[in-house]
Design a protein around this ligand. Structure first.
Ligand code: 5GP
Length: 137
């Protein structure tokens, strides 16, 4: 599958559109989901251009899961969450809406969360959650 350089996360990585960052390093970026399914819903993306897990290099996949583990720990600690759900969708049929691989970190349960990609949150509320998550590192 050819990678679409104009997808929204590619634009975020190039700094062309803003995001509320909680973590960044050479290979990875983590930021708040603008339509959170629960307070603190965070996305972790590799900087490698890959649409799905099937397109990501083995090294990229290994690094990504390490960073997901680290950011999930910060979400758990910063928000005092008892439970954390991780999910990751590959392909439209699976419900993927942004064609750049990403993991979702969702405080609490997917079963009681809001619908996927449905309601935008206020910037101030996202920033308040991000501040708590940053304090969890
Ligand atoms: P997917 O459906 O591809 O697994 O998830 C894409 C996620 O990206 C959704 O949860 C959606 O709310 C989020 N999203 C879509 N557009 C933007 C955006 O412009 N900025 C941020 N921060 N999140 C976005």
């Amino acid at each position: 599958m050819s990678y679409d350089n104009n997808n929204i996360f590619a634009k975020i990585l190039r700094g062309e559109i803003p995001c509320i960052k909680v973590y960044e390093d050479e290979q990875t970026l983590a930021f708040m989901d603008i339509m959170p399914q629960a307070d603190g819903h965070t996305l972790v993306i590799p900087k490698e251009a890959a649409e799905t897990i099937h397109d990501l290099s083995d090294e990229g996949a290994a690094n990504l899961i390490k960073k997901v583990k680290m950011v999930a720990a910060a979400v758990k600690k910063g928000l005092s969450a008892d439970g954390i759900t991780l999910f990751q969708l590959n392909g439209e049929q699976a419900g993927q809406t942004v064609p750049h691989i990403h993991f979702h970190i969702l405080p609490g349960s997917y079963l009681t969360a809001k619908a996927h990609s449905s309601v935008s949150a206020e910037h101030a509320r996202l920033e308040a959650m991000a501040e708590k998550i940053r304090s969890g590192f």
